[in-house]
Structure formats: structure tokens, C-alpha cells
Write a protein that binds this ligand. Structure first.
Ligand code: CMP
Length: 144
């Protein structure tokens, strides 16, 4: 099956009206949107999403950030989308992310870094299962 990744526009990205810009970058690169929803999550859900980071000193702040407003949860599909998606997003710390990347263009603070993308095919599989238990959408090939 074609590779998929989980991408989330965080509350600051949605609040700052970067949703269209971010979707546009993934579309123009050539990836296919397979799932899309605007959702508010509670702390239990955010803790599940970031379970691997539960020992980090910034964990509680991270959970507060993610529950502070609606997020845009997406599944994108295409060749190498996990790695290339992270290239489009840029380095986790906006201080290190290159201009031309989403974080490089739109963020300054690691604690408000606009967007999340799965870091591996295995994380993507888990995150898609968590955020899209209902499954994703098939394109009809005649329309693509
Ligand atoms: P994300 O790609 O969602 O993966 C984990 C998140 O933890 C990361 O983006 C940041 O939002 C957050 N994060 C990582 N390191 C720090 C840090 N040092 N301080 C605050 N937040 C961090």
C-alpha cells in the first residue's frame, strides 16, 4: 500500500489562519489528502498521542498547548510522504528550521511550532489509528 503519514496543524497554526497555506504546500508537492478534520481533543487524548514524551519536562506544557484550541488532523499519502512531509515541515525547533519550510517560515518558538508530522512509518501507523479510528477516504481513480 502507498505510504501514509499523520499531519496535525496545532492550535496556534489553526488560530493564525495557516490551514490553507499548509494544506496547499502538501497538495502542490503532489501528496494526496486521505483524511481531514477539525477537532478539539482532551488531555487524555493528547497524552495518548504524545505518550512517548511523557517523561519529558515539557510534557505537561505540551499537552496544555495541544488542548488549547482546535487542531486540524490529516492523513497524507504518497511516495516517501513520512520523510518528505518532515522536510516540508522543517526542524522541530523553529530556530533551526530553514526558510522555505513551514516552521522556518511561520514559527519562532519550539513550544508553538505550528504543526506535527509523524517521525516514522511505524509512528504514522499508530497515529493514524489513534486519530482516524473510522478509517480514511479512498479516491476514485477516475477523478485523479
Ligand atoms: P512535534 O513534532 O509535535 O513532536 C513533539 C513536540 O514536543 C514538538 O513538536 C514540540 O511541539 C514539543 N517539544 C519538543 N521539544 C520541546 C521543548 N524543548 N520545549 C517545549 N516543547 C517541545
Amino acid at each position: 500500500a502507498m505510504e501514509q503519514t499523520f499531519i496535525m496543524i496545532k492550535p496556534d497554526g489553526a488560530q493564525r489562519c495557516l490551514v490553507g497555506e499548509i494544506i496547499s504546500r502538501f497538495e502542490k508537492k503532489g501528496f494526496s489528502l486521505r483524511g481531514l478534520k477539525l477537532v478539539s481533543v482532551d488531555s487524555a487524548f493528547a497524552e495518548k498521542h504524545y505518550a512517548d514524551l511523557s517523561a519529558k519536562p515539557f510534557f505537561n506544557g505540551l499537552v496544555e498547548y495541544i488542548i488549547s484550541g482546535p487542531v486540524v488532523a490529516m492523513v497524507w499519502e504518497g511516495k516517501g510522504v513520512v520523510k518528505t512531509g518532515r522536510t516540508i515541515i522543517g526542524a522541530t525547533n523553529p530556530a533551526d528550521s530553514a526558510p522555505g519550510t513551514i516552521r522556518g517560515d511561520f514559527a519562532v518558538d519550539i513550544g508553538r511550532n505550528v504543526i506535527h508530522g509523524s517521525d516514522s512509518v511505524e509512528s504514522a501507523r499508530k497515529e493514524i489509528a489513534l486519530w482516524f479510528p473510522e478509517g480514511v477516504v479512498e479516491w476514485q481513480s477516475s477523478l485523479r
